[in-house]
Design a protein around this ligand. Sequence first.
Ligand code: WT7
Length: 650
Amino acid sequence: MSKNIESHLSEDREFKPSKEFSKQARVSSMAQYKRMHKESVERPDLFWAREARELHWDKKWGKVLEWKAPYAKWFVGGRTNVCVNCVDRHVTEGRGNKAAIIWEGEPGDKRTLTYKQLQREVCRFANVLESNGVKSKDRVLIYMPMVVEATVAMLACARIGAVHSIVFGGFSAESIKDRLDDSEAKVVITADGGWRRGGVVDLKANIDEALKKDKSVEKVIVLKRTENKVKMTKGRDVWWHEETAKVAATHKAKSFDSEHPLFILYTSGSTGKPKGILHTTGGYMVNTYATCKYIFDMKDDDVYWCTADVGWITGHSYITYGPMLNGVTQVMYEGAPNYPDFSRFWQIVEEYSVTIFYTAPTAIRAFIKAGDELVDKHDLSSLRLLGTVGEPINPEAWMWYYNKIGGGRCPIVDTWWQTETGAIMISPLPGCTPIKPGTATQPFFGIDAAILDEEGNECKANEGGRLVIRKPWPGMLRTIYKDKKRYRDTYWSDYPGMYTAGDGARRDRKGNFWIVGRLDDVLNVSGHRLGTAEVESALVSHDAVAEAAVVGRPHEIKGQAVCAFVTLKSGIEGTDELLKEVRNHVGKVIGAIAKPDDVYFTPVLPKTRSGKIMRRLLKELVATGKVTGNTTTLEDANVVKSLQKQVAKK
Ligand code: WT7
């Protein structure tokens, strides 16, 4: 962490957008940004109402904001339909024949859907959901590959007021089960499989496993994608293609209250149980719309590509909702970035003349490692704007992205935000903000971000502290599903009336925010959030494991790697075989992304005399191979020595 801060402090490279870019952008100078930002923070009602009026409302709102901390209502009393705004509006306004989604499957199959065609698909599927008993506010669990139908399913839910809850396709049956228990979904939408690195991910089998003891799910709708053999349970499972064949391609959408729930997305926190982040209709819609417009500079002739999966918030806000609200043409790709090799992304950029490209630092680092030849083969001159998200980007990766992918001509928007914030919070505006490798720069309109010390005072320039948001914003989470107390405790209890992000950061003299990373027990592995407590509880659920402590260590590609210290039950020997088994067990319980990179068996864990595991010490140990901090509170000082030897052997 300290190394990071040092490198950031000495970062003096700065890049400005070209005159041509600035001229065509919506915000062209820092003076204009500052003026607009000031107004938007002082008078959020004016700024956000202006943005909201660009979308379709069946009934106009009364007050823009009602704020009784920590509960916000945006566009109070307004009624709208997000799906109509994403789809039908473009058909009515003459963009019906414009490509909405250009999709490419991993095996190379292709499909393009215009907004008009998308409207038919969405209407059909809305009818299917209704004919299968889904009503407004019912929860629908979506567990799908990156296919057009995933977006169709989301939009169809929004159209009928049902609340989708997507579970990333890489998560295990047990993870699905936990989320089902909490959301009590009535219907599940899945597929017979999805393609990943040449193989088929058996999604349906995971759903079957997760549903073994479930009581809430009445129907499972299964998309045929791979011809993978699946077991269909009579009376419960139906085929997507058979259901859609039975219904009309038109559907009359109703309007919903601005605070109608739109979706729940589970994310990791500092306890073992994922939190169901609840987002609602009007505010989320306006916020994702506006951030796409200003930050991604979306224009009518752009071809936009966000490489995320719809299973994460990035896929919600910056594949399904934001871009569709802007009526842009976007590319969607099913598979892995390295299939058949690491040139796949660049081949896609070239083939579809992608103009705006949004990806994660972990992917960029993997591309660097794979070698420049894979990039050099391709013509990337269509690109005009690049984005990153998910974790702090190291300056080397930033420079490579800027020069090698962007040809030195594309601004990079390093976008800081979270599942909870719903939309981008801190980011350059590409037409005006001077950019530097490693900083997400300045807060977006309406965002009052600050860095505070423990007492709640604002930190001085370049002093590290906690990142907070001092005022509500439209896309903010409204609560943790079924857990108001956890909502208050997690986000609103550090400083009265302010949102704590859980990230450490500092601000330089020019007001740029440099995000350092999580302050809580949450890891960021390849841009994915993972609770150490979650991994620990997965580990101890293995028969041989007595106790476990999990920490992150810096990793060249993934950002952070998962390190597990494990004590075994008495009489059990820590063989290599068991080590493998324990790793795979975590993969089975949570999903492949959670598999520990390193597992250390140890007879005891370093604990304080009161019995608390000293994770701080383990963290230092795996990062540096040494322990320099205070160990006098340790119950058994010899533990450290023996662990040090083990780590050194790796
Ligand atoms: C955490 C949120 C937002 C979509 C992807 C992750 C880290 C996110 C950045 C960035 C530095 C970043 C933070 C944050 N993070 N973007 N541009 N620079 N750190 O969403 O899973 O909710 O994770 O990701 O630590 O708290 P998420």
